[in-house]
Design a protein around this ligand. Structure first.
Ligand code: GLU
Length: 307
């Protein structure tokens, strides 16, 4: 089987359905991306990379960054401490929903992969100085992806900051009930920066492979995370990595994934491979339409289902 051809054909087949989605515009800078763009890459456990489409294009990882700050919190603070501030439950509410936070008696966000949960998790890293906190997130992103010049996009960060009233509401509410630690404005700044970190589809495939391999980056050979952190992160990706689309993704694709409104999806097939897609046209839940179709196609052809 010529794998490059398999990936290119999956991209061609996804072309039509991609056009049914829409590029995110609530963060104005994201609206500038080409809704027809598509890419896919995978990285196996030996570090072999295969890719097709716009695989070298940089885009902001958005919510995919939530698994990175979660992994950092798990490694530095431990599972018990993380679960004292966020739950491990799926939710059928939108990623930026606020209402359940007030209704629940603990006021804890349901999981670390919705905005409220991710904001709470970053705040937990406040034993670092505010600037050190983001430095640690970007340093870990570099190790997970193997990208040496990893950085965030200033224009997207400023656009997020300007349009981020909903996230501000979440952070200040969480601060009022003592779930968020430290200064909410400084925490939000780091959240906006981590969402604006730029990667290519290939970078995300390597990151997925690192999570699939129990924390060893198969390209660099470095043990970046512990096996237990990877297992927890992969489980959460499976139950809530694509918001209200998580059940649909589990049924259609069959392995853990995490999406971002920048159009990326990262998948981790335990002990087999990392796989990533890019396609900025999104469905109503904020997940890439073309990316999901490509993941489903490749999963079927390469028999990647874990369920
Ligand atoms: N920066 C985005 C937000 O806070 C992330 C959402 C996502 O990628 O799902 O709205």
């Amino acid at each position: 089987m010529n794998m490059e051809k398999v990936l290119s054909s999956a991209i061609s087949r996804a072309g039509e359905i991609t056009r049914t989605g829409e590029v995110a515009s609530y963060i104005p800078e994201l609206a500038k991306f080409d809704g027809g763009s598509l890419a896919v890459a995978y990285c196996d456990m030996e570090g072999n990379l295969v890719s097709a489409g716009d695989m070298e294009m940089l885009f902001s990882i958005q919510s995919i960054s939530k698994i990175i700050s979660l992994a950092l919190a798990l490694e530095t603070l431990g599972l018990e401490c993380v679960l004292s501030k966020v739950g491990n439950m799926p939710t059928s509410d939108p990623f930026n929903s606020i209402f359940r936070l007030e209704l629940s008696s603990s006021h804890k966000p349901l999981n670390p992969l919705i905005n409220a949960g991710a904001i709470a998790v970053i705040s937990m890293l406040s034993h670092e100085t505010p600037s050190g906190r983001f430095d640690k997130v970007i340093e870990l992103t570099g190790k997970l992806t193997g990208r040496v010049d990893i950085d965030y996009n200033r224009n997207i960060y400023l656009s997020e900051k300007k349009s981020g009233q909903r996230n501000r509401a979440l952070a200040f509410f969480l601060s009022s009930v003592d779930v968020l630690e430290g200064d909410p404005s400084a925490v939000l700044d780091d959240y906006f920066k981590q969402c604006s970190i730029e990667c290519t589809t290939i970078d995300l495939a390597v990151m997925g492979a690192t999570l699939a391999a129990g924390g060893v980056n198969p390209v660099s050979g470095e043990q970046v995370l512990s096996e237990s952190t990877c297992a927890f992160v992969r489980s959460l990706m499976m139950i809530c990595g694509l918001y209200e689309g998580s059940g649909d993704f589990a049924i259609r694709v069959g392995f853990p994934g995490k999406s971002g409104v920048g159009g990326g999806i990262v998948g981790a097939v335990p002990d087999k491979m990392g796989i990533a897609t890019y396609g900025p046209s999104l469905d109503q839940f904020g997940n890439s339409v073309g990316g999901t179709a490509i993941m489903e196609d490749i999963s079927r052809q390469m028999q990647l289902r874990v369920l």
